[in-house]
Design a protein around this ligand. Structure first.
Ligand code: SF4
Length: 481
């Protein structure tokens, strides 16, 4: 049977609401006051964008939310979305010294969300690029987190940045590919607007290699940043894979971001193949959209699953089921539609070697199959765009510590270079590449957050200090001499 939407609009919206409600002002201050404001804080080192966490928490404790948000955003322009999607338990919160005292870590992610929401809810502009521009222009290919992190940093360093994105909206996975209850497209697009306020230009609906060539970009721009991410989900390569109810996980998730929730078709019995974080997003969303049964099918055991433990717990809480040591060998069909999966039992030996016993199979009924097997590298696309670009043996873009590739004016970062990591890693790599590009232009090294005393501030825009007293600083033109 073809699959259809299951829930009405109200129920779908309720099921897809954010998991953790926003802190109240009292809750935020109480939580902020638990922080020890450590010297040489390990939580800062654990953050790929190096946010000064004790500083932003201290500002929340003194109710200086604007200053707090500025501290976050000057290190991580996507601090709002990262507050929602970062695996904080293995990054900043996992490094919090409170754990050594057998206490709960400071809820850094929730505090970060509290501070950054203040900026978006009140439409504040807390970052201001310098009035004096360098005259240098950078083209960024792909409009996802890496390019946005790079472009924002370039703008704050006084360089012109233009992002080329083939989709109708920028934001990449933040806009199209993360579970709705974690991050809505509206939140992602607010961050796009924030970056536009810095002077970054977005040319959406423009595909590099089709609508504009790299050689045209090279004539118009002084440097190029490649932030293209990854490609299609790996194929199952089994009979029945082309049936209409077999979907890629990211395509399924994207449907929530471009269509009303209650119009997204979902099966009543859904199988998700794979056990990474995208698989968890897919299975939980299927369940929240009304699937009676949503099952993760994974070829190895629980100890080997790539998903974070808290994601696994979340899926279990949502009622998802898990079948381990099973490999799909056929998508079963009835009248041209998915009717189930034929699974072979698998095992893993002490060395981690997987064995599939295709003589030992069983069948389970499903009406939808979602593939979450990881994504292919964009090797062919990169070879076509930049034939001289050096790639690693695994197909990722080879860069040095500054994000510079073997082509001196071409830099790269994000999933296309790291093979697939978190949003915060992409932002951090984009920022690092921006500083590499700045060094290429000026021979100047930038360490730590860009200093506001160096950046200058528009006269009518007060900077928050430790309190909410307006402090004005003079523009210092030395940065661009
Ligand atoms: Fe606060 Fe924990 Fe960071 Fe220390 S490690 S500054 S207690 S959040």
């Amino acid at each position: 049977m073809p699959i259809r939407p299951i829930l009405d609009a109200e129920t779908a919206a309720r099921n897809m609401a954010e998991i953790e409600p926003k802190y109240s002002p009292q809750e935020a201050v109480v939580e902020a006051n638990r922080c020890l404001f450590c010297f040489d804080a390990p939580c800062i080192k654990a953050c790929p964008t190096g946010i000064d966490i004790p500083a932003f928490i201290k500002k929340i404790s003194t109710r200086n939310l604007t200053g707090s948000a500025r501290t976050i955003l000057e290190s991580n322009i996507l601090g709002g979305s990262c507050a929602r999607v970062c695996p904080t338990s293995v990054l900043c919160e996992g490094a919090c010294v409170m754990l050594d005292r057998d206490q709960q870590p400071i809820k850094i992610g929730r505090l970060q969300r509290y501070a950054t929401d203040h900026v978006f809810e009140n439409d504040l502009q807390v970052l201001h690029p310098p009035k004096q521009k360098s005259g240098k222009r950078v083209a960024l290919i792909g409009g996802g987190p890496a390019s946005m992190g790079c472009a924002a940093e370039l703008a704050l360093l006084g360089h012109e940045a233009v992002i080329f994105e083939k989709k109708p909206e920028a934001g990449g996975l933040n806009t199209y590919g993360i579970a709705y209850y974690k991050l809505t497209p509206e939140m992602s697009l607010q961050e796009v607007e924030l970056i536009k306020q810095l002077g970054v230009e977005f040319r959406t609906g423009v595909e590099v290699g089709k609508d504009v060539s790299v050689s045209e970009l090279e004539k118009e721009f002084d440097a190029i940043f490649v932030g293209v991410g990854l490609g299609h989900t790996y194929r199952l390569d089994i009979p029945g894979e082309k049936l209409p109810e077999v979907q890629e996980a990211l395509a399924f998730i994207e449907e929530f971001h471009v269509n009303p929730l209650h119009e997204v078709a979902v099966g009543k019995r859904v199988a998700v193949i794979g056990c990474g974080n995208t698989a968890i997003d897919a299975v939980t969303q299927a369940k929240r959209l009304g699937a009676e049964q949503a099952v993760i099918i994974y070829r190895r055991g629980p100890a080997d699953m790539p998903a974070y433990v808290y994601e696994y717990d979340l899926a279990k809480r949502d009622g998802a089921e898990f079948i381990f040591h099973a490999v799909p060998v056929e998508v079963l069909e009835q009248d041209g539609h998915v009717a189930g999966l034929k699974l072979a039992r698998s095992s893993v030996d002490d060395q981690g070697k997987l064995t599939v016993d295709e003589s030992d199979t069983y069948e389970l009924p499903f009406d939808m199959v979602i593939k979450a097997l990881g994504q292919e590298k964009m090797t062919d696309m990169l070879n076509n765009l930049l034939p001289d670009l050096e790639l690693n043996p695994n197909g990722t873009i080879k860069t040095d510590a500054n994000g510079q590739t073997n082509i001196p004016h071409v830099f790269a970062g994000g999933d296309g270079a790291n093979g697939g990591a978190e949003v915060v890693n992409a932002v951090g790599e984009g920022k690092k590449a921006a500083r590499g590009i700045h060094r290429l232009f000026t021979q100047e090294d930038i360490e730590g957050p860009i200093q506001w005393t160096r950046m200058g501030v528009v006269d009518d825009k007060p900077l928050g200090s430790g309190l909410d007293n307006p402090v004005r600083v003079k523009e210092d033109a030395k940065a661009f001499v």
